[in-house]
Design a protein around this ligand. Structure first.
Ligand code: VAH
Length: 318
């Protein structure tokens, strides 16, 4: 049966690039992008959908005979701390709506978890796939709860829901979306525009990160893996490299020699300090063949080029 894919939250940092990759692979007319507000970068098959509107969700899935759903609509860590009740409502009710529709319509579902599902009592070095998980952020609590519900819907109802604990994701094709790790995106824009950046995380804050093309490829590889390879139905650890703001600045200086970084930690420092510093993703590598392709140096070089192009485009439009 031909796959028809619905991406919910397509205007976000992951969504924009994921839609492009899925359309390249499955065809433009097989991937429906949707969000509550259309991105000006979205030029294909699109429909406004609120993930909390179960009626329009069910109607869309029925009308277009959707076979797969990527549920990316959520509030990220920093934003969810500012709006806890909305963060919980969107992140959890959105997931329940899709899990129930998946049970009814036999949909395959992708749902993103995060390293934020770990907490300050989790071993921070080479964090294991199965370990202590006591998240202290609204976002992390919603991700841990979501993981448990995904595993429940698989075992109880046979729903083929698959999930990845994303590290910080770095990209230039779409704007960052209120994440704590987004300093690692803002820094490139500021380095190219002003030659300096005031980091809201301290110099030595070591966090697991990944370049978006690796994250998108790994996500689709997980969704296309044979079901019998998928032994983890909560959410897979998933990693590429870890770096600190200082390490990233040192890489940027290789391209922009006069770049200067300063440090002015804010409320997001406490979020970052509660998360792992590095991740053991051996389960994903052994079970469905995950392998990152980009190093920190590769990512930095591509980000400098990509952000430069984006800045040129935005100045030529003004
Ligand atoms: C955030 N980018 O900063 C997300 C991520 C590791 C955290 O899930 O909220």
């Amino acid at each position: 049966m031909k796959e028809t894919i619905l991406v919910l939250g397509s205007s976000g940092q992951i969504g924009l690039e994921l839609v492009g990759a899925l359309r390249s692979s499955y065809g433009d007319n097989r991937v429906l992008a949707s969000d509550i507000k259309k991105s000006e970068k979205e030029t294909g098959w699109y429909q406004n959908i609120d993930v909390l509107d179960t009626h329009s969700l069910a109607q869309t899935i029925q009308q277009y005979q959707i076979t797969q759903v990527y549920l990316l609509a959520a509030l990220l860590s920093a934003t969810a701390e500012q709006k806890p009740k909305l963060g919980w409502k969107l992140n959890m009710e959105g997931l329940f709506n899709i899990l129930d529709l998946a049970k009814e319509k036999n949909l395959r579902v992708f749902w993103p978890s995060s390293i934020a599902a770990f907490g300050p009592t989790t071993p921070r070095e080479q964090t294991p796939q199965v370990t202590i998980m006591e998240p202290t952020s609204v976002y992390g609590i919603s991700k841990l709860a979501g993981e448990r519900w995904c595993e429940y819907y698989f075992h109880r109802y046979g729903v083929d829901v698959r999930s990845i604990r994303y590290p910080g994701l770095i990209s230039f094709k779409s704007p960052p979306g209120g994440g704590t790790t987004d300093y690692a995106i803002h820094i490139f824009h500021q380095a190219l525009l002003n030659g300096r950046y005031a980091s809201f995380l301290s110099r030595d804050t070591l966090l697991p990160m990944m370049y978006m093309p690796d994250a998108i490829r790994g996500t689709i590889e997980l969704m296309e893996a044979p079901a019998d390879k998928i032994k983890v139905r909560s959410s897979y650890n998933f990693a590429a490299f870890s770096f600190t703001p200082q390490m990233l600045a040192d890489e940027i200086i290789k391209h922009i020699p006069n770049f200067k970084i300063t440090y002015n930690p804010d409320f997001r420092q406490a979020l970052a300090d509660s998360w792992p510093q590095s991740i053991d993703d051996s389960a994903a590598r052994l079970q469905w063949g995950w392998e990152p392709h980009y190093s920190l140096a590769d990512m930095t070089s591509e980000m400098i080029q990509g952000v430069s192009q984006e800045l040129k485009k935005s100045t030529s439009h003004t």
